[in-house]
Ligand binder design. Structure first.
Ligand code: PGA
Length: 255
């Protein structure tokens, strides 16, 4: 087991619904300004107690920090280096993210696993780097359509999570897992609430505590399917891509 003595991230309870936006590589200063304003305005009159978080492209962290400080909306990044500092051109260290007020960071999004060849082991190292800097990593896992059709969905999720679980209970109770079936990302093809729940139940059984480590669902979550998904017993919120770029949709998903 990895030494977890340095972990400074807080425990994360499952009690509050977590609705996180993943902007991916979208946005501009003016677009973000409008979107953040609309989200902040809407968040004030949200009927639920869901925690809203936006994960923005790193160049816009300063903008998010400036606009969202003092509001109930939190912000985070979409990736983090396994290293703390040094000769790693283009990388961004966890301490740099906390400098800009980030509380959250996505790790192991399927686009990074596929397009940047991030292995399960690297994803776990990134989660640990985040935890050691006081950040909450959101560890994304999910099977491809081919893997699902071959009956391998559970096996893939277990393989992806194994090095993360090996970080130990103290680490795992301080992170979030996001189940995002690759075939449902950006395709408009959502997993049915039952399909999602089935995998969430598998993930839940692997986790050390029933009170910690929220498990989010991601993949074409929209205002019209969010309620049914979030009503499932082991779905603790959502990781929202496309719909998080439209303030009314993002807010409706959280309401
Ligand atoms: P989507 O993306 O909501 O656009 O399917 C989800 C994600 O990739 O996090």
């Amino acid at each position: 087991m990895t030494d977890t003595k340095q972990i400074t991230a807080p425990l994360i309870a499952r009690s509050q619904c977590l609705v996180m936006g993943n902007w991916k590589m979208n946005g501009s200063m003016s677009f973000n300004n409008q979107l953040l304003n609309d989200i902040v305005m809407g968040a004030a009159s949200l009927a639920t107690s869901a925690q809203l978080v936006v994960c923005v492209p790193s160049p816009y962290l300063a903008q998010a920090c400036e606009r969202l400080s003092g509001t109930p909306v939190q912000w985070g990044a979409q990736d983090v280096s396994v290293h703390t500092k040094g000769a790693f051109t283009g990388e961004i260290g966890a301490g740099m993210l906390t400098d800009f007020g980030c509380r959250w960071v996505l790790v192991g999004h399927s686009e990074r696993r596929t397009l940047h060849a991030e292995s399960d082991a690297v994803v776990a190292q990134k989660a640990l780097a985040a935890l050691n800097a006081g950040l909450t990593p959101v560890v994304c896992v999910g099977e491809s359509l081919q893997e699902r059709d071959a009956g391998l969905a559970e096996a893939v999720i277990k393989r992806q999570l194994a090095p993360v679980l090996a970080l130990g209970a103290e680490a795992v109770m301080r992170l979030v897992v996001a189940y995002e079936p690759v075939w449902a990302i950006g395709t408009g093809r959502t997993a049915s609430a039952q399909q999602a729940q089935d995998i969430h139940a598998v993930i839940r059984r692997l986790l050390p505590s029933s009170d910690h480590t929220p498990v989010l669902y991601g993949g074409s979550v929209k205002p019209d399917n969010a309620k049914t998904l979030f009503a499932m017993p082991d779905i603790d919120g959502g990781l929202i891509g496309g719909a998080s770029l439209v303030a009314t949709d993002f807010l409706a998903i959280a309401s």
